[in-house]
Design a protein around this ligand. Structure first.
Ligand SMILES: C[S@@+](CC[C@H](N)C(=O)[O-])C[C@H]1O[C@@H](n2cnc3c(N)ncnc32)[C@H](O)[C@@H]1O
Length: 310
């Protein structure tokens, strides 16, 4: 296994400076994939003109957003500014989505800060009646924090809203069904739950415990990223809430997990990040997958051709 990961790029300005000349996109620019039609934009999620240019009249059936929420401190004013900013990109998302579509948002709930920004975000969403609340999903992390004087924090929150009546395909986990004994009378015969099931595995409900967090030993690891979502979780969302050929949007692309999930499942992804370095990472991750079938660089990195990064 290689041992040359990049550090968190949001915390290393010197390294960012070295990588920027190797980035294909400047702020405001969009890369269009000639093969499948994905788009990657170095754009601002809250900028109406930029998002309108990205969509170019097309509509998406699914949005998967994972905004930054590591604000320094949630004093009241900052929180309100954050929620106002969220409202802007949520309204833009609404304008990008088709009549029957789905919206998923990953959002933090800081237990030391009145669980913000989750509650105020939920209240803000009530102002946008086109979105109907559907599910409040929890992804269980393997690692957590706050283990000695509090319940270890191991959850990531995912909100699911719909517009109209979108497609939905039930998803199954890798966990075999083990509990028996829920009998029902079928044509006079008491039949237990396992006999009646469509799958030998349990369904993914709104608590997901079967997904491994990304860490440096996993092939899909993209070093330099600080918030990479596992491919498996994004593929579950894309498979459940979109159909082959449809457009999926992600306004906070980062490592490109949504892009790669779309590539693998035959959807078109229109994704943006306001940082040219993450835009370049996304393009390179797609190219790596197409050239070598790899999901990421494990403990290597996306810029290995640059002297000093080997
Ligand atoms: C939490 S990360 C997203 C992680 C992503 N889901 C993944 O799996 O890799 C948030 C990303 O949003 C980007 N970002 C922050 N503000 C933005 C804005 N106004 N417009 C677009 N992207 C932004 C950051 O550069 C960062 O890469």
């Amino acid at each position: 296994m290689k041992n040359n990961p990049l550090p968190r790029l949001d915390k290393d300005n010197e390294l960012r400076g070295k990588l920027l000349p190797h980035c294909r996109l400047q702020p405001g620019e969009i890369w269009e994939d000639p093969q499948v039609g994905h788009k990657i934009g170095c754009l601002d999620a809250a900028d109406k003109t930029q998002i309108t240019t990205l969509m170019d009249g097309a509509k998406a059936d699914l949005a998967v957003h994972d905004p930054p929420y590591n604000l320094i401190a949630f004093e009241e004013r900052m929180l309100q500014d954050y929620i106002d900013w969220c409202e802007k990109w949520i309204r833009l998302t609404e304008s990008c989505l088709s009549e029957n579509s789905s919206l998923y948002i990953w959002l933090g709930a800081d237990q030391g800060q009145a669980f913000q920004p989750l509650p105020d975000f939920m209240i803000m969403m009530r102002k946008i009646p086109q979105f109907k609340s559907r599910s409040f999903i929890t992804l269980r992390n393997q690692r957590g924090y706050g283990t000695q004087k509090n319940w270890m924090c191991i959850r990531q929150e995912l909100l699911y809203y719909t517009k109209g009546e979108p497609h939905f395909k039930v998803q199954y986990t890798d966990i075999p069904k083990v509990l028996r004994g829920y009998y029902k009378d079928i044509s006079g015969v008491p039949t237990e739950n396992l006999q009646r099931s469509k799958s030998q595995n349990i369904r993914a409900g709104n608590v997901w415990v079967d997904i491994q967090q990304v860490f440096y030993r996993m092939e899909e690891n993209v070093s330099g990223c600080y918030a990479q979502k596992p491919l498996k979780v994004i593929e579950r969302i894309v498979d459940a809430s979109s159909e082959a050929g449809s457009i999926v949007i992600d306004f906070f692309g980062h490592s490109g997990s949504t892009l790669l999930a779309c590539e693998r499942l035959g959807r078109k992804c229109y994704t943006i990040d306001n940082d040219p370095v993450y835009c370049e990472m996304m393009i390179r991750r797609l190219e790596l997958y197409r050239e070598k079938g790899l999901l990421g660089w494990q403990n290597g990195n996306a810029f290995e051709e640059i002297p000093g990064e080997k």
